[in-house]
Design a protein around this ligand. Structure first.
Ligand SMILES: [Zn+2]
Length: 159
């Protein structure tokens, strides 16, 4: 049996913030605003994992009004979710995600992002596919006010 989950996340972009995408620090004039490190890609993947496992969503486990998660690296969320999924007998089959960001161009970071996610998810790189797109300068993302990520995950029974 295959279980599918979807995740979507948006964060504001501002000067004097860091931009972390899938745990990789990207050189940028603007960074992501968030209670944690604002890593929309990691949040979308964590949400997709929880969704596929039928466990709810990221806000249920890591609420943004809880200071425990203030400034925390989002790899912590993914690791925690992976252990929850493993505990109930699932393993990740594959992850497909899209980063929606007007600038900077992040094509050159895709390999690093794939590698970082592979490490935190304890998952072969061939099972992770990361894509990047812009909105052709349209809307809040196109104007550089924010960025988004969406992810789809499939899980299979590990036993
Ligand atoms: Zn988020």
């Amino acid at each position: 049996m295959i279980k599918v989950g979807i995740g979507y996340d948006v964060h504001q972009l501002k000067v004097d913030e860091d931009l972390f995408i899938g745990g990789v620090k990207v050189l940028s004039d603007f960074g992501s605003v968030g209670h944690s490190d604002g890593d929309a890609l990691s949040h979308a993947i964590a949400d997709a994992l929880l969704g596929a496992a039928g466990l709810g969503d990221i806000g249920k486990f890591f609420p943004s009004d809880d200071d425990t998660w203030k400034g925390v690296e989002s790899s912590v969320f993914i690791s925690d979710v992976i252990s929850r999924i493993t505990k109930i007998g699932y393993k990740v089959n594959n992850v497909d995600a899209t980063i929606i960001l007007q600038s900077p161009k992040i094509e050159k970071y895709i390999g690093q992002i794939n590698e970082a996610l592979s490490e935190v998810m304890i998952l072969d790189q061939s099972r992770i596919n990361i894509k990047a797109t812009t909105t052709d300068r349209l809307g809040v993302i196109g104007e550089g006010l924010g960025w988004a990520s969406m992810a789809v995950v499939t899980l299979i029974k590990s036993t």
